[in-house]
Design a protein around this ligand. Structure first.
Ligand code: C5P
Length: 314
């Protein structure tokens, strides 16, 4: 096979708690992640020249070595130095459907799909665990993006514990096209404002990490109880992103008034989502939000929860 086309799912955070600082400069997190069926289409194709090329149809996505997808391919070349001599180079094509700078792990899921696609194209025979370990070197969300579904993510976000998948839930995602939030800014600001609440002791951090398994959110997921999941949605980063962005706060209020199950900002934002029990309910919420906020800059997507992170198209 000379090319593979993969669908790379976006994620939302049903829960994001910042536990404390880590010695590597990152934050110790407890998160519950969920894949949704809004996905980029990523093709990896063998080319003759020994190089990594990237094409993307979105004008704001860099196509040079700073793109996480290119860095994913480079990481494999560095780890397996003979692959290009054997198989040639690669052209990566990204058809972008996930908004950029949105808190939906768009860049991370592209990198995850390049790892999965090149593992097949270059016949590397890597296990999912090996792919996740490589992914963790690229970004904290990449390991989850490889696995997908519903999962607890701890550590920096790279330690994944998969849960029984939720696939009977829907959501409406909403994002102002012209607005994006820098993830480092969100974490740095959180540290400045809430650093005094951090758990400093490493043993206590581990204890906090374990508590999530017996939390009400995890019980709600185990029971596939959409109403209870909605009641326990939580994201610490809302505390810094919402006060800095009045439009996102207003959007969140409108979404919360419109959807019955629960509303939250995803990751470092500024995407806000509201849960829905069916595709029809998601469509109705979307239409009502659009009527209440008829701003041409506001994009809305109805999505379904999905069990897969990266999958072959077709
Ligand atoms: O891992 P990733 O490159 O996606 O993280 C982006 C930024 O988010 C980091 O540079 C850091 O500022 C912040 N971050 C953090 N703690 C984490 C994950 C991310 O402080 N666990």
């Amino acid at each position: 096979m000379r090319l593979y086309t993969l669908l790379a799912s976006a994620k939302i955070n049903l829960y994001l708690e910042i536990v404390g600082d880590r010695s590597d400069g990152y934050h110790e997190l407890v998160m519950v992640m969920q894949s949704v069926d809004l996905a980029d289409r990523v093709t990896v194709r063998s080319i003759g020249a020994d190089e990594i090329r990237l094409r993307c149809d979105h004008p704001e996505v860099p196509t040079d070595g700073s793109n996480l997808a290119v860095r994913a391919a480079q990481l494999l070349v560095d780890t397996f130095p003979s692959v290009m001599a054997k198989h040639g180079g690669v052209e990566i094509t990204i058809e972008k459907r996930i908004p950029v700078g949105a808190g939906l792990a768009g860049g991370s899921t592209n990198a995850a799909s390049v790892l999965v696609g090149l593992d097949m194209l270059w016949k590397l025979g890597l296990t999912q665990r090996e792919l996740q370990d490589l992914g963790a070197r690229l970004g904290s969300d990449v390991p989850f993006c490889i696995v997908g579904g519903t999962a607890i993510a701890t550590g920096r976000g790279e330690v994944i514990h998969s849960l029984n998948g939720l696939d009977n839930l829907y959501a409406v995602l909403a994002k102002y096209r012209s607005l994006s939030v820098s993830t480092p800014w969100a974490y740095t600001t959180y540290r400045q404002q809430f650093g005094h609440t951090y758990i400093a002791d490493a043993t206590e951090q581990v204890a906090r990490r374990q508590l999530v398994h017996s939390s009400e959110m995890i019980a709600a997921i185990a029971h596939q109880d959409g109403a209870s999941i909605g009641c326990h949605l939580s994201n610490d980063l809302e505390k810094v992103v919402l006060p800095a962005h009045a439009k996102v706060t207003q959007l969140r209020e409108v979404m919360a008034q419109t959807g019955k199950l629960g509303t939250l900002m995803s990751g470092s934002g500024p995407t806000v989502f509201t849960l829905a029990a069916s595709a029809a309910e998601a469509d109705a919420i979307l239409n009502r939000v659009r009527q209440t906020l008829p701003d041409p800059d506001l994009d809305l997507w109805p999505v379904r929860f999905t069990q897969t992170g990266i999958r072959l198209e077709g």
